[in-house]
Write a protein that binds this ligand. Structure first.
Ligand SMILES: Cc1cc2nc3c(=O)[nH]c(=O)nc-3n(C[C@H](O)[C@H](O)[C@H](O)COP(=O)(O)OP(=O)(O)OC[C@H]3O[C@@H](n4cnc5c(N)ncnc54)[C@H](O)[C@@H]3O)c2cc1C
Length: 564
């Protein structure tokens, strides 16, 4: 039997992964990657860190773990994979099983036959069609070419002011990179919040932090780019404000690059991504697709989503490598849309659904809780973590988690992602056997403590109230008593200044007479993270108070202005 001919279109993440896995399964298959760019296997996720100066050697974006640049020679010598670079596939002939490609250096057109074809053409950065978009100084951060451009700007050190358009993952990572290059940043977001995978309150906490590094403007879009002599000089906002700058980075999202597939008659879906089944097979059984060019099911809502994440691209590529040679044996069932990004010294991550996305998806019986604590003991320089959990009220099944803070967010998100994928409940998590030693966690890990707080709430041990609800009550001038139960020295250091009364927890039992005597008075208790707030609520309830609530996450989760 002849060796199988496999062609992979696209040579960055999903493509080389599919090709390499196929080679590990069949030494004799004829495997060819056709890549539009000059480079192969680029670590796109590393671009912001190259631009930000975390490392200086560009080749590190292209290296294997052993430090060898993954160029055509590497692919041939190490993997017997032919990698044709600088070549764009311009058409697919499904009937005759051929692809046509054009070399961008020589303009030469060639054709190749395949038995199995893999499409991994990635995504395209969205760009607004507005006046001035072609001025010099406007870019995206999608390709290595873009990263080179921005890195050159860093190295030259001439540009002083930049505008980043879009407050998603890449926009925020770009802010940090340019900030580290000594550039003054204004971040513009059309929506009322940054990072829309987060709920508003959690996003506000991130915004408050980003504002210490960059000027953040929300609910305002760009109406045009202004320039002189072909060069950008300012960004004009929809409200008429002009922001002088020499650089603008557009980061308003990406769309699947599925035009080649569409033109070949392959089915695409409502997101514009190529439709694949669980074996990653397109509407043509001889053609598979993976990565940013496809759409996949969200495993919680069952709706098709575009999930442009590097980990998913690699996992899907691996599934294809196996399925094209062994027959459809392994499945990629979908995503729970787990993501994380570095926001200066904060980690910001989410998995599953936020409260607002759960409501949008039609979930009606959910419960949420916010928990704040250190990631490890104070004597080991523990850092703050703030978690918001979303669960089904009826059975405690976890459907979403958002975690932010300077602490170890990545570990927390990883725990919740596996819990959601494994259909676990907060009751399962409440006794999870996680590793513990002081350099790594608290004796009860923050994730388990978050599950405990949720269980207390589900079982009615306390009634929680969010910072946003408290703020609304203050604005409405509701008749509430706000009770901070920390010590006076803590109160001197930071305080909300929202009309609260300070009674330290240890004195509360003896000072109940300082609270309104009417037992139906609404009392909201809190401390730094609300553990003492919870204990205070229990004392008040035991003393007959019937309308006691705990400010979830305490002062640390208060996203509004504080007095101190
Ligand atoms: C700045 C940045 C930061 C990111 N950070 C993260 C992160 O921290 N975590 C995370 O999970 N994800 C991150 N991502 C997303 C991640 O990089 C992508 O999900 C991943 O690269 C997708 O892999 P892919 O193979 O599908 O597409 P790509 O990596 O885009 O590769 C597609 C390749 O196909 C080539 N191609 C396109 N059309 C043709 C054609 N017709 N013929 C031949 N070749 C073609 C393209 O030139 C490209 O090289 C980031 C992305 C960017 C841009």
């Amino acid at each position: 039997m002849c060796a199988k001919k496999i062609i992979v279109i696209g040579g960055s993440a999903a493509g080389p992964k599919a090709a390499s896995k196929a080679r590990r399964i069949d030494e004799n298959a004829e495997i060819t990657i056709i890549q539009k760019n000059e480079d192969l296997s680029m670590a796109s996720c590393g671009y912001p860190y190259y631009v930000g100066g975390f490392f200086d050697d560009r080749n590190q974006l292209l290296c294997s773990p052993a430090g060898v640049v993954r160029d055509s020679k590497f692919f041939w010598n190490a993997k017997k994979i032919k990698a044709i670079v600088n070549s764009e596939v311009t058409s697919i002939d499904k009937k005759n099983k051929t692809v046509t490609y054009v070399n961008s250096v020589t303009n030469e057109q060639s054709s190749l036959e395949y038995d199995k074809l893999v499409i991994t053409t990635g995504a395209i950065a969205r760009k607004p069609k507005i006046e001035g978009i072609d001025l010099e100084g406007i870019t995206t951060l999608q390709s290595l070419h873009d990263a080179d451009y921005l890195r050159k700007i860093r190295d030259e050190g001439k540009i002083k002011k930049a505008v980043v358009i879009g407050g998603g993952l890449i926009g925020i990572e770009t802010c940090e990179a340019l900030h580290l290059a000594g550039i003054e940043i204004t971040l513009i977001e059309l929506l009322p919040q940054l990072l829309t995978f987060l709920d508003r309150q959690i996003a506000r906490l991130v915004e408050k932090y980003v504002q210490t590094k960059a000027n953040v403007i929300l609910e305002n879009g760009v109406s045009s780019f202004l320039g002189e002599n072909g060069k950008l000089t300012a960004v004009k906002l929809q409200n008429g404000t002009e922001i002088p700058c020499e650089l603008a980075v557009i980061a308003i999202g990406v769309v699947p690059n599925s035009i080649l597939a569409k033109n070949a008659g392959l089915e695409t879906g409502k997101t514009g991504g190529i439709i694949v089944n669980e074996f990653m097979q397109t509407s043509d059984p001889n053609i598979y697709a993976a990565g940013d060019c496809i759409e996949i099911p969200n495993l919680i809502t069952n709706s098709a989503v575009h999930a442009p994440y590097g980990d998913l691209a690699n996992l899907q590529g691996r599934v294809i490598g196996e399925n094209i040679l062994k027959g459809n044996l392994i499945k990629f069932s979908g995503t729970i849309q787990t993501g994380i990004c570095k926001v200066f010294d904060y980690g910001v991550g989410a998995t599953g659904l936020s409260e607002q996305n759960a409501i949008k998806a039609g979930f009606t019986n959910i419960e949420t809780v916010i928990n704040a604590s250190l990631d490890k003991p104070g004597f080991m320089q523990g850092k703050l973590l703030i978690t918001k959990l979303v669960v089904n009220k009826s059975d405690g099944k976890i459907i979403g988690a958002q975690v932010i803070g300077p602490g170890d967010v990545s570990k927390q998100i990883a725990i919740w992602a596996v819990a959601i994928k494994g259909n676990l409940t907060v009751y399962d998590m409440s006794t999870a056997d996680l590793p513990y030693a002081p350099p790594y966690s608290l004796a009860i890990d923050h994730s388990i403590a978050s599950a405990h707080v949720m269980i207390n709430k589900l079982e009615g041990a306390f009634i929680g109230i969010s910072a946003e609800q408290v703020k609304a009550k203050i604005n409405e001038k509701s008749n509430i008593t706000l009770l901070d139960v920390r010590n006076p020295d803590e109160y001197e250091e930071i305080r909300l200044g929202i009309g609260e009364k300070l009674i330290p927890l240890g004195q509360l039992r003896n000072r109940l007479n300082e609270l309104p005597s009417e037992k139906n008075t609404e009392i909201i208790t809190y401390c730094k993270i609300s553990l003492r707030g919870y204990e205070a609520a229990l004392i008040l309830q035991a003393n007959g108070y019937k309308n006691v609530k705990v400010l979830e996450g305490g002062i640390m989760a208060w996203p509004f202005q504080r007095e101190k």
